[in-house]
Design a binder for this molecule. Structure first.
Ligand code: PGA
Length: 254
């Protein structure tokens, strides 16, 4: 898989029945049959469909989870461990999505523990950060993102962050059909790199991928991908229709 191509990650969230999940993944598979470009695509279905999706997934597409617990095993009812994800060949995990921070009380400390656990167990974390509408309006976006990045990376060593992906996802842009402007997302991506450079060696920071999420679709993907510091997208709503998702992938790698 080429590292030069942008990474496109589909987050299904809590959507699809088993039948719909199967139809969707068959559609994505068919859509990629004649596509000769190398793609860097990750699909994150709900936990219960991971195995089914994996059995149909084209080889060139990777499997991701939407969440994970930080302990390896034990009395943690309802949780899924990094070992379990590795066991089913799930190579990526979304960590700290704003919907979990908002609806399930996920704190920066929990995000930090999950990030450490993913990195220690060879699973590539997609760390989500983003400001809400109020913070955006009060011009607090930069301080919020800086704080989220620093707390998420607390006591994480330089050697471990090479594979890290950070998704800048302004909360006001998620599921609203109102994406950030490409140039504003780029500004934030660049800032995230400077926050990282305050913590780690620049050579390592270069390897961290910054992607954008929030109302990405086939009409606007190129606007984000063309930005020098944005290396991919985290897609929600528009990844639930095979044709739309395929269009996003095709436009992204063009
Ligand atoms: P959206 O979701 O594409 O529906 O805005 C993105 C996300 O939450 O990751």
């Amino acid at each position: 898989m080429s590292d030069k191509n942008p990474i496109i990650i589909g987050n299904w969230k809590m959507n699809t029945s088993l039948e719909e999940a199967t139809t969707l993944i068959i559609g994505i598979r068919q859509g990629l049959v004649d596509f000769k470009e190398e793609v860097n695509v990750v699909i994150c279905p709900p936990f219960v469909y991971l195995r089914t999706v994996d059995s149909i997934l084209p080889k060139k597409v990777n499997l991701g989870a939407q969440n994970m617990f930080w302990e390896k095993k034990g009395a943690y009812t309802g949780e899924i461990s990094p070992l379990m994800l590795s066991d089913i060949d799930c190579k990526y995990v979304i960590i700290g999505h704003s919907e979990r921070r908002q609806n399930l009380g996920e704190t920066d400390e929990m995000v930090n523990k999950k990030l450490k656990a993913a990195l220690n167990n060879g699973i590539i974390p997609i760390l989500c950060v983003g400001e809400n509408e109020e913070e955006h309006e009060k011009k607090l976006s930069i301080s919020k993102i800086k704080e989220q990045v620093e707390k998420a990376l607390n006591k994480i060593e330089e050697k471990d962050i090479e594979n890290l992906i950070i998704a800048y996802e302004p909360i006001w842009a998620i599921g609203t059909g109102k994406p950030a402007l490409g140039k504003d997302a780029e500004k934030m991506a660049k800032l995230i790199k400077t926050f990282l450079a305050d913590l780690y060696n620049e050579k390592i920071v270069e390897k961290v991928k910054i992607i954008y999420g929030g109302s990405v679709d086939a009409n606007n993907i190129e606007e984000f991908i063309k930005q020098p510091n944005i290396e991919g997208a985290l897609v929600g709503t528009a990844c639930l229709k095979a044709e739309q998702f395929i269009n996003i992938i095709k436009k992204a790698v063009k």
